[in-house]
Design a protein around this ligand. Structure first.
Ligand code: ADP
Ligand code: MG
Length: 497
């Protein structure tokens, strides 16, 4: 019996023990398949568009017809370079395509073209927060490969079919070290990676359509023990399922061990209906795939000049942008993080500030009113929000200069959101929401209120703060919400002596 050293073992030594679950430490590593957003496939000119009639986007190359040869799509390589630059990885000057041999009906060639010994992206890391704790997960690699087709099981006619539209869609498989120590950390990692690939525009991130699929490798061990045997949960295509599946898997493994059973290495599927993971097959070893370099494709060479060109087109990354927001706008880290959750959010925020809004108020509105409404309406995103960033900016300016109260501003916002009017000032005018800043008019209202609320006056003089607030409320009501609250306060105080 030969002892095969686990290559991850060494890397794990000297790392702090993670939080324990029933006395066990949880170890998680991720393999993520990101579909690259090229118009055509990785080795053919067929379209990659989602949702076409089955087999209408499968070219002779994708069908593996004899005599066809793969030709590398430069756009896929460029996207791999972008990921490497974003994650601080090494971009291999020369990498090699290999054949991964296995039989499955959705794989007409009988092998998948992938990268094995020399992947295009090597090392790097993803940094993110779990709550307010900073974490870094190291990457092993990211390699280019082709997607397989899809088996469609048509239960209602009792038949299965093969759709090869997806065959040959470019994928980047992004593999981490087993660095994660809890479900929360794993989900936070996946969210951060998702944010990065969509941010740099290499993947549309649509999890429902399978553009971003995560496999979670999970094991448990007693603290200080060698790594336990892992099981790999395949194809987690929503963050919610990811959390449920990993939580279930951890509990299941601990239960097995507590009952005296060993964990067998396996590939498992998560069933959202039962909330359980189920073994699909025992895990193949690399040897089963009989990897060898693909003779149909030359090694992939990437010149330093190409990397420099790509670097010049890279957008500012979310973390750098969040740090800049804290510096430039004096925002708390929490706000800066939320505003950089997507390029669209950042664009919206910056446009509102450019329209004159105070950065903190713009941030509050985006987190508050806007987030609430976007959550309620699935078809809307901040990109196509009915209130534009410019409108929000102008509205915030009108709060700042005392034209409208916060309450009135919300009414203006409602009106804009439902499409009543488009110019902030015109809506304020039309709805009669201008704040009463005219001291004379206010004094008149206050005198009326004081004349009719002797009880509150007496209580206030007897030292009851609440009575003062009641008076402010009366004045606001009498002004139909249009009085400037700060001014009301000041005038009331002076009148009550
Ligand atoms: P394969 O390609 O056969 O799935 P790898 O050795 O490349 O296997 O590892 C795949 C993933 O499994 C990596 O993300 C790695 O971090 C993770 N992993 C390896 N060992 C463990 C372990 N004991 N527990 C949890 N995850 C692990
Ligand atoms: Mg794997």
């Amino acid at each position: 019996m030969s002892e095969i050293a686990n290559p991850f073992e060494q890397l794990q030594q000297g790392r702090p023990t993670g939080p324990l679950v029933q006395g066990y430490e949880v170890i998680i590593g991720f393999e993520t398949h990101a579909q690259l957003s090229t118009a055509s496939k990785i080795f053919s000119r067929a379209s990659t568009a989602f949702g076409a009639e089955p087999n209408t986007q499968a070219s002779p190359v994708d069908l593996a017809l004899p005599g066809t040869l793969p030709v590398m799509n430069k756009g896929a390589v460029e996207r791999a370079i972008k990921l490497g630059l974003a994650l601080g990885s090494t971009i291999a000057p020369r990498s090699v395509f290999a054949r991964k041999n296995y039989f499955y009906p959705d794989l007409p060639k009988g092998y998948q073209i992938s990268q094995y010994e020399i992947p295009v992206v090597q090392g790097g890391s993803v940094s993110f927060y779990v709550g307010d704790e900073a974490r870094t997960v190291r990457l092993v690699r990211a390699h280019l490969e082709e997607d397989a087709g899809k088996s469609l099981h048509e239960d209602f006619i009792g038949q299965s079919g093969i759709d090869l539209n997806r065959a040959g869609t470019p994928l980047l498989e992004i593999v981490t070290e087993p660095d994660m120590r809890s479900t929360a950390e794993a989900v936070a990692y996946a969210k951060e990676l998702h944010k990065i690939v969509t941010w740099i525009g290499i993947c549309d991130g649509n999890m429902q359509e399978g553009s971003f699929r995560c496999d979670a490798n999970v094991s448990v061990r007693r603290p200080g023990q060698p790594l336990g045997t892992r099981r790999e949960i395949k194809n987690l295509n929503s963050f919610r399922f990811m959390q449920q599946a990993i939580d279930y898997e951890i509990r299941w493994q601990i239960e097995q061990l507590e009952d005296g059973h060993a964990i067998e290495q396996a590939t498992v599927l998560f069933d959202p209906d039962t909330g359980e993971t189920r073994a699909m097959r025992t895990k193949e070893d690399a040897a089963d795939y009989r990897y060898f370099p693909d003779p149909d494709l030359p090694p992939l060479t990437i010149a330093p000049e190409w990397i420099e060109q790509v670097k010049a087109q890279m957008p500012e990354l979310p973390r750098a942008m969040a740090e800049r927001y804290q510096r430039e706008f004096g925002l708390p880290a929490y706000d800066a993080d939320l505003l950089t959750q997507s390029q669209a959010h950042a664009r919206y925020f910056e446009a509102a500030v450019a329209a004159g809004a105070s950065p903190k108020l713009a941030s509050n509105w985006i987190q508050g009113e806007i987030a609430r409404r976007l959550n309620a309406q699935e078809d809307l995103s901040i990109d196509n929000a009915p209130v534009s960033a410019r409108q929000l900016g102008q509205l915030i300016v009108r709060i700042g200069d005392g034209t409208v109260s916060n309450n009135a501003a919300r009414q203006v916002f409602d009106a804009l959101w439902s499409g009543e009017g488009s110019e902030v000032d015109a809506v304020i005018e039309a709805k009669g929401l201008k704040q009463v800043n005219d001291t004379g008019a206010l004094e008149k209202i206050i005198e009326d209120v004081l004349a009719n609320n002797q009880k509150n006056i007496d209580e206030y003089r007897a030292g009851k703060e609440k009575a003062f607030n009641a008076l402010v409320g009366q004045v606001m009501k009498a002004s139909a919400g249009k009085a400037n609250p700060a001014q009301v306060n000041a005038l009331l105080k002076s009148k009550l002596g």
